[in-house]
Design a binder for this molecule. Structure first.
Ligand code: ADP
Ligand code: MG
Length: 480
């Protein structure tokens, strides 16, 4: 501090006091002070438009008081170091000045050069500290506001005190807008009992928690898998960081689906290759036998040859189907609106929809949701899904919900039914060729559907709960 010049604005309407003050100031050798003076409230106001390092303000300033000036200076420069000058026996003025944000006060005639120097330097240091704290607070507030993950502050009862915008938009909760007056509690968002108990225990013990995997409720039918961490800020204030795992889990599931699909394809090709050659030999031999066997034997056992031929054809057909449903298909790509494709697919199955009296609800993205696809193939995929949904639904009260929306660079489609749902143990096998729970099902619908979606570089996932319903989620890359 010694090398730089510190600019003081000295505000006092008494020239003698100014003279006295300057004299004391000159005695200070350690710090280089430069003094500027103002003899009235108005002059002081005008001069404080430019920034001074420190202000000394006399209490008595004509009509106005120094207290008013302090307020004015503070409104221009929030953390300006202001020191109040008072006479002796001025009652509570010094306290009032401090309340208005003055850094300190000096009693005229009661301070020497050392005290003055110390008071000035401390006032400046405090103000710099306040400024940097303010800067840090702004920085942290901005991190809080702009964080990509939901973040909130809660008290020891888990009442949410503050939350960042991403939390507010994800959970639809604005801490300050609650109507009940009781507030929102973080524990109410936690689905399972065990996690809730763990959380209450952490709050009770005023301890902390890292990466607890749990399920959080967004609304009655939306839940997210999340990792929550709790850090203690003080005895009754806790920070909660929420990491939404939904996207990660979805990606894992998509990757797994793709892996399964390509390994099924490999097995299918191997099988086709190994089976088709001997099968051809069997068919040719049976044909030969049919030609060469004498009439009387043919009459007796000719049926057996036909059984061989029929079954060989069946095997051949199955192998071909298997191969086709697991091999990436050639695409005839053009630009289409997903909404149109969905409507055209629905039109193809409208008879069955009407027969079951299904209630079809649509929630389509209004904006253009265009994708580059092979329309005929995508329609086959959508029809397979629609037929499955229709077949899963009850004779009355069936609801089919079709939704399209844009998320990032993707176009998403949701097909939701309130049908029988899929047992957990079947979920993993759903896309396997020939997997069916239906008496006369082929078990190839979903294999083909998956093939079509994956061939387009898209993805397909399923969420289902027995007795509640099933949702298929598709995503395609938007046209660029
Ligand atoms: P298929 O319809 O011939 O049985 P799919 O490959 O289309 O073959 O479907 C495989 C199986 O997946 C079905 O047999 C059924 O058990 C289950 N499934 C598919 N979609 C649904 C759905 N929306 N609701 C309930 N189960 C479904
Ligand atoms: Mg089917």
């Amino acid at each position: 501090m010694s090398s730089e010049t510190i600019r003081i604005l000295y505000v006092d309407d008494d020239p003698d006091d100014l003279f006295l003050f300057s004299t004391i100031l000159k005695k200070i050798k350690e710090t280089n002070y430069q003094i500027e003076s103002a003899a009235s409230y108005e002059e002081a106001l005008e001069k404080s438009q430019e920034r001074f390092d420190v202000y000394l303000v006399d209490y008595k300033l004509g009509k106005a008081t120094g207290l008013e000036l302090i307020q004015e200076i503070k409104s221009i420069q929030k953390h300006a170091p202001v020191i109040m000058l008072t006479g002796m026996n001025t009652g509570s003025i010094d306290q009032e000045a401090l309340q208005l944000g003055a850094s300190d006060y000096l009693i005229k005639g009661e301070f020497d050069a050392r005290t003055l120097d110390r008071t000035l330097r401390y006032a400046i240091r405090d103000s710099q500290l306040m400024e940097s704290l303010d800067g840090a607070a702004i920085k942290f507030r901005s991190i809080f506001e702009r964080a990509g993950d939901p973040f909130l502050l809660m008290d020891g009862t888990s009442k949410i005190l503050e939350a960042n915008p991403i939390f507010i938009s994800k959970f639809g909760i604005e801490p300050h807008s609650e109507e009940s007056g009781l507030g929102y509690f973080f524990t109410d968002l936690i689905e399972d009992q065990v996690s809730r108990l763990i959380l209450m225990d952490v709050l009770g013990k005023k301890s902390e928690l890292y990466d607890l995997e749990t399920v959080l409720k967004i609304d009655s039918d939306t839940h997210i898998n999340a990792l929550i961490s709790i850090a203690k800020q003080d005895a009754n204030l806790f920070q909660v960081l929420i990491k939404d795992l939904t996207a990660m889990k979805a990606k894992e599931e998509e990757d797994l689906n793709l892996k399964k699909f390509s390994s099924t394809g490999r097995i299918a090709r191997l099988l086709a290759h190994e089976v088709k050659n001997p099968l051809t030999t069997i068919v040719l031999s049976a044909d030969q036998l049919q030609m060469e066997l004498p009439e009387n034997i043919l009459e007796e056992s000719g049926d057996l040859i036909e059984v061989i031929q029929r079954n060989c054809n069946r095997i051949n057909q199955l192998v071909t189907q298997l191969l086709e449903s697991t091999r990436f298909t050639e695409l005839d790509i053009a630009n289409y609106s997903i909404n149109d494709l969905l409507d055209e697919s629905l039109e193809q199955v409208i008879d069955r929809v009407q027969m079951k009296n299904l209630d079809v609800q649509k929630d389509y993205q209004d904006e253009i949701c265009n994708i580059d696809v092979d329309a005929e193939k995508v329609k086959i995929a959508l029809i397979n899904l629609l037929v499955n949904a229709i077949e899963a639904m009850p004779e009355s009260g069936g609801k089919l919900f079709l939704k399209t929306y844009i998320k990032g660079k993707q176009c998403r489609v949701e097909l939701k039914d309130n049908g029988v749902g899929i047992p957990k143990e079947n979920l993993e096998r759903l896309f396997e060729p020939f997997f069916t729970s239906k008496e006369s099902g082929s078990g190839l619908g979903l294999t083909n559907t998956q093939n079509i979606i994956l061939s387009h570089g898209g993805s397909i996932r399923v969420k289902s709960e027995e007795g509640v319903g099933t949702t298929f989620l598709l995503s395609f890359n938007l046209s660029s």
